[in-house]
Design a protein around this ligand. Structure first.
Ligand code: FAD
Length: 325
């Protein structure tokens, strides 16, 4: 059960008063190869902060497969941080989804975020044309199956018995899924999202990352309801620094969440872009502090391919030292 008491078990981060809370970042593949060097510099700085992983988004329908793979393999080869591949299934056949999963596994990617995927622009939730896979839970199962077929078992030599091998389970993949503290636009009832998360857990998901939210209680209450319903996998809060009124508008269109009035007013009354960024950064840092105090055992930050803001959030929340990195 999620505790609302401050964490007392973990050691403090040197130079801060905070416990050592793992954090991760999400980035997206750039549209053109010319933008890659700037992203690689961002990845270098983000990696130096010591995240648990860096995840790379995936265009629904496979529109970014090659670009996502380029960024994922860069993280794999050039840093010590594990990359996590977002994979979506909306509109895909089994054969297409299987090919994508195999390509990623062949490239050495063993951690996934399995998603249904956003509907194409202008298409509502009720008008989505699904392919063979209709939900993220089915994709979780498919990833597990493709990996099991690829690597059904491992053979270990038995010391002292030449030629003899011990057979053990094959390599497992880690599969995260999405969770929605404020409900997914498709869900008709607040427990549908918990049921969907239970289905993903039953299919083999090993952790969940949440959609962004604006108030810590939205996350903490969701975790409490999920635990009561039997969800045992970690549910990591996703935090997005909202650094402009335009970004807030776009996010509300996507999530269907209620407008957070005080954040919206603060962003609108900020005199310039730098002041708006400061508002968004402070809001995200407050959220991070509050969910950690409420028992969250990690923070996932939407970085928008920029390191300054998310590292500023972690510093302001005292989750990394002032001088880092
Ligand atoms: P699902 O779990 O399949 O379903 C979403 C909701 O539909 C459920 O919560 C539930 O309310 C309802 N539902 C599901 N199954 C049923 C059922 N059988 N009966 C009734 N209701 C049901 N999109 C991209 O295109 N690319 C990305 O890289 C990407 N990254 C993301 C990262 C994070 C951390 C998050 C939170 C979202 C991301 N998304 C991305 C967006 C995501 O694809 C959309 O939010 C999508 O609409 C839902 O995806 P899902 O995997 O949760 O879907």
């Amino acid at each position: 059960m999620m505790s609302h008491e401050p964490r007392v078990d973990a050691p403090a981060v040197a130079g801060t008063a905070s416990p050592r809370v793992p954090f991760s970042f999400e980035i997206y593949p750039p549209r053109t190869p010319e933008q890659l060097p700037a992203l690689y510099e961002t990845i270098r700085v983000l990696a130096a902060a010591g995240p648990r992983f860096i995840s790379v988004t995936f265009g629904a329908g496979g529109s970014t497969t090659d670009r996502s793979l380029t960024v994922l393999t860069h993280i794999l080869r050039e840093t010590t941080v594990p990359p996590v591949a977002h994979v979506t299934c909306v509109g895909s056949s089994y054969a297409e989804a299987t090919t994508v999963i195999r390509d990623f596994l062949d490239a050495g990617i063993t951690r996934f975020l399995a998603l249904r995927g956003d509907p194409p622009a202008g298409v509502g939730e009720d008008d989505i044309v699904f392919g063979d896979l209709e939900s993220a839970a089915q994709l979780v199962q498919l990833i597990g199956r493709v990996q099991a077929e690829r690597s059904p078992y491992r053979e270990r030599e038995i010391p002292g018995l030449p030629g003899a091998v011990q057979v053990t389970d094959g390599d497992r993949v880690e599969i995260a899924v999405a969770a929605f503290p404020n409900g997914h636009p498709r869900s008709r009832h607040r427990y549908e999202d918990i049921d969907a998360l239970l289905a993903k857990q039953a299919a083999g998901a090993t952790s969940a990352l949440t959609q962004l939210f604006f108030h810590a209680d939205e996350y903490l209450d969701f975790v409490e309801r999920a635990r009561a319903a039997g969800v045992v996998i970690p549910i990591v809060p996703g935090i997005m620094p909202i650094t402009s009124p335009g970004r807030l508008r776009r996010v509300l269109e996507l999530t269907g969440d209620a407008r957070p009035d005080s954040l919206a007013a603060a962003l609108e009354s900020a005199p310039d872009a730098a002041a708006q960024r400061a508002v968004g950064l402070a809001h995200a840092a407050d959220l991070a502090r509050s969910v950690v105090a409420g028992g969250a055992d990690g923070i996932h930050l939407y970085a928008f391919n920029n390191h300054d803001t998310v590292l500023g959030v972690l510093r302001a929340a005292e989750l990394i030292p002032e001088a880092s990195p």
